[in-house]
Design a protein around this ligand. Structure first.
Ligand code: SAM
Length: 228
């Protein structure tokens, strides 16, 4: 029996196998985003929802340790294999983004790629991310997001449930940038772009860096960042 507030185990056997294949076939188009996501990182990092470990080859040598949290068993096995090939030490563990296995204020960075759309509890995930980062530590994120175009956003709302069934619980309509600033982060960099190879529902993308402010009052000042 699950204790109150405990999450369901993440089991998506069909999606996991499809994702493992599909993600490899799309990697030529995605790889540059992964490189940008991780460029310049250093120190101790947690990657949430690491999937089959496609970010692992792109961690720079300045990263001293990665704790990769992946709850889905099939993808976690693939991540373990990918970790063995990586040039930085990567420990792959079972767990969820909503309950990160790290003490308060200890990490230099948290990496989240294509996972903030999927976590069942986005606010809790961002609160956990904030908790484990040291002041000045950064959240690196790469995501498809809610469309600015109201018509497309309406379709994202309408098709949220069937899309989620097909894609391991993904929500195409989340305003993830707003959620990050609401969680108390200061936006340092934000690039919005349409990723043309994706289906229209998940074409609007963001790639960015948000900081756990060294002084809490500075969080809201950082909301307005120039968008590349
Ligand atoms: C679309 S895949 C992205 C995988 C990987 N981050 C990438 O960039 O290729 C979404 C991932 O989120 C994971 N996931 C689902 N629920 C999660 C949760 N509550 N906490 C952490 N990861 C979760 C899934 O198992 C899956 O690996």
């Amino acid at each position: 029996m699950r204790a109150l507030g405990q999450q369901r185990p993440v089991r998506h056997p069909v999606f996991a196998r499809c994702y493992a294949r599909l993600s490899h076939s799309m990697e030529a188009a995605v790889v540059e985003h992964r490189r940008q996501l991780l460029a310049g990182l250093a120190g101790c990092v947690v990657e949430v929802g690491a999937g089959n470990g496609l970010n692992f080859p792109h961690y720079p040598a300045t990263v001293t340790e990665v704790l990769a949290v992946e709850p889905e068993p099939y993808l976690r096995r693939l991540a373990l294999a990918a970790a063995r090939q990586a040039r930085v030490p990567i420990r792959v563990v079972d767990g969820t983004a909503e309950a990160l296995p790290a003490p308060d204020a200890t990490l230099d960075a948290v990496v989240a790629s294509l996972v903030l759309c999927t976590v069942p509890d986005l606010a809790r995930t961002l609160a956990e991310t904030h908790r484990v980062l040291r002041p000045g530590g950064t959240l690196r994120f790469y995501q498809h997001v809610r469309a600015d175009d109201p018509q497309l956003a309406r379709w994202q709302d309408r098709l949220e449930r069937p899309w989620g069934w097909l894609s391991g619980g993904c929500h195409p309509n989340r305003d993830i940038v707003a959620a990050i600033t609401t969680a108390g982060f200061r936006m340092l960099e934000l690039d919005r772009f349409d990723f043309q190879i994706m289906p229209p529902l998940v074409r609007p993308h963001v790639l960015g860096v948000a900081e756990r402010p060294t002084h809490p009052a500075s969080a809201r000042q950082g909301e307005e960042v120039s968008q590349a």
